[in-house]
Unconditional design. Sequence first.
Lengths: 382, 327
Amino acid sequence: MPAKKKSAAKKKQKSSPAKSRNEADKTSHPGGPHAEAEINRSFSDEQKVETFRTMARIRRFEQISLKHYNAGKMGGFLHLYIGQESVAVGTISLCGDHDHIITAYRDHGHALAVGMGMNECMAELFGKSTGCSKGKGGSMHYFAPDKNFWGGHGIVGGQTPLGLGLAYGLKYKDLKGCSLTFLGDGAINQGAFHESLNLAGLFDLPAIFIIENNGYSMGTSQKRSSVYPPGGLAQRAEAYGIDWASCMGENVYEVRAVTWEAMRRAHEESRPTVLEINTYRYYGHSVADANAKKYRSKEEVEKYQREHDPVQIWREILIAEGVLSEEKANKIDQEAKDEANAAAKFAEESPYPTVDDIMTDVYEEVDSGSEAGRTGTHFFNT
Amino acid sequence: MRSILYRHAIREALDEELARDDNVVILGEEVAQYNGAYKVTEGLWKKWGDKRVVDTPISEAGFIGMGVGASMLGVRPVMELMFWSFHSVAFDQLVNNAAFVRYMSGGLIHCPIVVRGPANGGTNVGATHSHTPEGLFASFPGLKVCSPATPADVKGLMKTAIRDNDPVYVMENTLLYGTEGPVPDPEDGDHLVPLGVADVKREGDDITLIAHGRSVLHALKAAEILDHDHDIDAEVIDLRSIRPLDEDAILDSVAHTNRAVVIDESKPFCGVSAMICTLLQEKAFDDLDAPILRVNSLDAPSIYSPGVENDQLPNPQRIVDKVLSIA
């Protein structure tokens, strides 16, 4: 691929600034102005309802997983996505056959949004052999390559070069697709991210980096951890000659409209984009530091839940559009809850991996029984 | 058999694999238009063009990680680290991502990447540029590491590494790039050397010298001196591949000679030589007539001074002295 230089002078693109629900309500469409975007006009009623279902499923899945985490059924960390559901669901609802997704450790939402099952996801949290990674990865390391989902990565920012590589692979194979690389606002100060941006711009890769800005880099607010350009974090992309946009994440229509612009640019022009989608997480960075009250007030959390909750907003929009009824919405939510509880039961009843299982899935050549895998000593157990 | 340079043997391997598989792509700093910092990739960009031979910025974490990501989609990147010493700035990608993504995905993903470049001291470039991390990377399950000493071995192992479905880190040596040796002619068929198979570079009855990389050449030279001056017949085992490791070759040789000295340019603490000593202690204890000894680089950061750097590294005389202490 030629390492040609592109002009760094890029038009900046910024979507409409933060809109509260009240402002959105003033527009003619109950879903706000972005509902009229072309990509949303072709969003079928059935798809909209399914989007609501996925958001409800993510929320219920995580609520039930937290309950079982607190009951001591799981090890390690649990980074909850609750409050951010519209971001994963809205963006991933746009993905076609050659669009690929990769994210960091707060990955349950993306996993369910790409179509992974609750059973395999819950069982992974429980560390069971029926988990999506056979209990070898845990909460932070979900994968489903058959659904174009490449993790689930534990090191902050470490997944960004991999997402870049997915885009490189698509371009190398001449496939019309893109990679959506999700990262938190805490990852934007990692070197690997900046190296990825430079390479994405330099090589003209169809890579979209989506900063899910939930305001807190672990327990340190964004204001205390990052230098802000006037346009927000995504504006840093200008330094790399990359287009950028920023939007609110609470409305699925807005998320889709802004993300589609970036996907179109990737598909049609093979150019990268940095998106900043502003959102909020209701729980701590992880359950292990659940005392999020130390760095933000209870009132702040409650105000967001009351005025910006993405599941509630989407529900209300769809009801106002006549696509969904209260009764249907309640039914979907109940089904999501039942499914999550059933998944927990499935996980609980599933077996742990065996000690022998520890030694598989290390080398492909060994697992496949190839001649290479049978030549020489691969393992040095004492 | 024709004789070619070590660097040309690598180039030939890359060229043949570029021709064999459209998914093979060469990436690295100055590998294309500049023809490679050590001229290993000379001519490949001109022959294969922008898509197959790609210059990257000085951005190891970025382009190594990019290669790992591309490999998940079936591309087979062969990435040059100008020095393996620069592994430290790409460590998260080389270990957490390349080595562990298969395991953490429960076997759903594999990463068929090759990372290659020189890993050696002896060129007066100081501590930051003289790392020998083969033992370090071999300590991570999921990775494969080899360290070829001869043109024939580097060609055969490079081709094997590119075809392997797991990440293989090939550690070359700037001081070997200009060495020459016999390499089978491509017209006589594919020259492949499997990973996990050591090579007896010199047969002998009295003591086994176990080495890899450039230390093999020192061991062979030491064996000549021992034979000529001391009537000691040393066997030289070239590990070639560090992980997977040819345990049988090591154990068979020591069962025959009953003595062993391990030569390893790495520092003494927890390196390849320490691993081989542990292996012999565990599996060849009854065969041994003497303690296993080692010749490593002296245990300090690699010194710059051209006047003394060679004394920090393994050399034939240090090997001879060590052998004489137990023979």
